[in-house]
Ligand binder design. Structure first.
Ligand SMILES: NC(=O)C1=CN([C@@H]2O[C@H](COP(=O)(O)OP(=O)(O)OC[C@H]3O[C@@H](n4cnc5c(N)ncnc54)[C@H](O)[C@@H]3O)[C@@H](O)[C@H]2O)C=CC1
Ligand SMILES: CC/C=C\CC(=O)/C=C/C=C/C=C/C=C/[C@@H](O)[C@@H](O)C/C=C\CCC(=O)O
Length: 266
């Protein structure tokens, strides 16, 4: 058995936006290593389909599906509580749910940034030594859009910048406060999921819809990743105990690698 398998066996994870795409790939990867997973997602029908697949692949007792809109603070709180009530503990939280919507951009901030902050604070309530718990690990999902300042997605880009800044700051707070919780962030380039279809819709892109062919050119130029490599990167962020406040980038050109920052000088 590898160290990673030992590290994840019997651990309990909550994955938001876990019913499809990157979140589902993460759930499958964790279940493969014998963790237990709560899939938290807004989409009831896709969530139930996902649960069926996970039951077939990993056995009925290993996962639960919780229908929840992460922007509903009370429901998100209940999702964390239900996970702990069902599996007895929480060790891992992956704040992955996200949307690409420049037309209704306030919603994008709500899902991609505010809910990541809420999910992180709720995870800390259930895992931090500050709250008498045993520690754990949180991974927040940002995007390479935060480094490329996509002109077709200004608000999406801002939320993904925000997720990096929040994660780095709260990771330092966790270390300084001896929370026993590591907090990292992953920044994937384009990934083959339903999110990419959002560029076709005026209802998602608003005034930037006319640039959809340019975005497609970017996809051709940079390539499109399989969700499984993002799950692999996230597993590393979960299991590598040396990583806290790490900013992982995943691209077709360089694969899984880390962003480095200049040390602060006086
Ligand atoms: N697909 C891509 O090219 C990239 C995606 N990302 C990020 O990865 C994350 C996952 O995205 P994908 O798997 O690609 O998208 P996806 O659209 O395939 O899956 C997202 C899941 O989140 C759920 N969701 C959306 N809003 C929700 C809400 N309010 N409450 C609960 N669940 C909600 C959806 O129902 C869906 O199941 C997002 O944060 C996205 O911004 C980052 C870089 C690239
Ligand atoms: C359009 C759908 C909505 C969101 C998807 C999303 O979040 C995707 C963002 C994708 C950006 C992809 C960029 C990939 C770039 C790489 O291949 C590099 O060549 C980028 C250059 C510099 C980064 C340096 C580094 O990797 O360290």
């Amino acid at each position: 058995m590898t160290f990673e398998e030992m590290a994840l066996r019997g651990k309990v994870a909550l994955v938001t936006g876990g019913a499809q795409g990157i979140g589902k790939a993460v759930a499958e990867a964790l279940l493969q290593k014998e963790a237990k997973v709560a899939v938290v997602d807004l989409n009831q029908s896709v969530g139930e389909e996902c649960k069926k697949d996970l039951d077939q692949g990993f056995g009925e007792g290993s996962s639960i599906f919780i229908e929840c809109d992460v922007t509903d603070g009370e429901k998100l709180k209940d999702a964390f509580k239900s996970t702990v009530n069902h599996f007895g503990r929480l060790d891992i939280a992956v704040n992955n749910a996200g949307i690409n919507n420049e037309k209704y951009w306030e919603k994008t901030i709500d899902v991609n940034l505010t809910s990541v902050v809420k999910g992180t604070y709720l995870a800390l309530e259930h895992m931090s030594k500050e709250h008498g718990k045993e520690g754990g690990v949180i991974v927040n999902v940002s995007s390479m859009a935060a480094f490329l300042h996509s002109p077709h997605q200004p608000v999406y880009t801002a939320t993904k910048y925000g997720v990096i800044g929040f994660t780095r700051a709260i990771a330092d707070a966790a270390a300084m406060g001896n929370y026993g919780v590591r907090i990292n962030v992953v920044c994937p380039a384009f990934v083959d999921t339903t999110l990419l279809q959002s560029i076709e819709l005026e209802d998602n892109m608003g005034k930037y819809h006319k640039f959809k062919d340019e975005i497609k050119q970017r996809m051709d130029k940079f390539g499109v990743l399989d969700p499984s490599i993002i799950a692999e990167g996230i597993q590393t962020l979960i299991t590598d105990e040396s990583l806290n406040g790490a900013v992982m980038k995943i691209t077709c050109s360089k694969g899984i690698h880390f962003h480095t920052y200049e040390p602060l000088s006086a």
